[in-house]
Design a protein around this ligand. Structure first.
Ligand code: ZN
Length: 295
């Protein structure tokens, strides 16, 4: 295969415009920045394609899910609170892309005045029905009456059309002493290196941008943050849920795992255990004198 290079929209981490075509998956092209290694889908899906993707995602997935899966989501959220709680100032937190509010609920249970914003209407309705302070909003449109001590965004910025705008808005929403916690799939993870283009995080229309610790740090530092730590972080998953995800994202691997899950007793197949799927957690503080790039 010949190397295909092209000038496209600037990279969110280094502002470079020269990209190399990596592969095409379900008619979507995946590119790598020649300057820093950020990967992205380009052209970005249209709003209509994104709406289709997310309505499919919600119909087939989480919201219509089983009791066992709800339990897994609760365990995952409580674990996530324990992971970020020591690094973020207590007080008021905003969880961006909070889905049905599991993290908001878990943080509130731990004494944090947490609230959430989310785009998917069914998820917002779910959260509100259980009494959680969750609004339907993009980060760009969110106008709180006072800034936050903490902003969290788990598995979110890889989905957004403009990660730079996302980071700038996170900074806008924080107190000067505030901190940001976010997780993303990690291009430098073992799972990515082993699986290549079959990596389950390469999701057409779903994940639009991909970072590694270096490029995530560059993105944050270019737009008002000082990075305090970036660490690999596990996700609580049950074997049965993992199999369901693989069947959608990587059928080949699912075929290998299926017989193993089949012979497990229910108590094991539905047990949420931490798995290093290839994600990183970044904790950043608002930088006192932030270099704001060339803007
Ligand atoms: Zn770049």
């Amino acid at each position: 295969m010949t190397t295909q290079l092209q000038e496209i929209d600037p990279c969110p981490s280094c502002e470079g415009t020269r990209f190399q075509l990596l592969f095409t998956k379900k008619e979507r092209d995946f590119w790598r920045c020649c300057g820093c290694g950020v990967e992205r889908q380009y052209p970005l899906p249209t709003n209509e394609q994104l709406e289709q993707y997310y309505s499919r995602h919600y119909e087939s997935g989480r919201l219509a899910s089983m009791v066992e899966e709800q339990e897994m989501i609760r365990v995952r959220a409580e674990r996530r609170v324990r992971e970020v709680r020591p690094h973020l100032p207590p007080g008021r937190w905003l969880d961006v892309g909070c889905s049905s509010g599991a993290f908001v609920r878990a943080a509130r249970g731990d004494g944090i005045d947490a609230r959430g914003i989310e785009l998917a209407a069914p998820a917002v309705a779910n959260a509100q029905a259980s009494g959680l302070p969750v609004e339907q909003s993009r980060i760009e449109d969110h106008q709180p009456d006072q800034p936050y001590d903490g902003v969290t965004a788990f598995d979110v910025i890889e989905h957004v059309q403009d990660p730079v705008s996302f980071v700038k808005n996170a900074e806008r929403l924080l107190l000067p002493s505030g901190k940001l916690a976010l997780t993303v799939p990690n291009l430098a993870s073992v799972t990515c290196r082993l699986m290549g283009k079959r990596w389950y995080f390469y999701i057409p229309d779903g994940h639009l941008y991909y970072f590694d610790p270096r490029t995530l740090r560059a993105l944050l530092e270019a737009h008002g943050f000082g990075v305090e730590r970036i660490v690999a972080i596990p996700k609580a998953m049950t074997p049965r849920y993992t199999l369901g995800q693989l069947q959608q994202l990587n059928p080949l691997l699912a075929k290998l795992v299926h017989p193993i899950v089949q012979i497990m007793p229910d108590s094991i197949a539905n047990m949420a255990v931490p798995v290093y799927v290839g994600e990183i957690l970044a904790i950043s503080r608002r930088a006192a004198l932030s270099p704001r790039g060339s803007a």
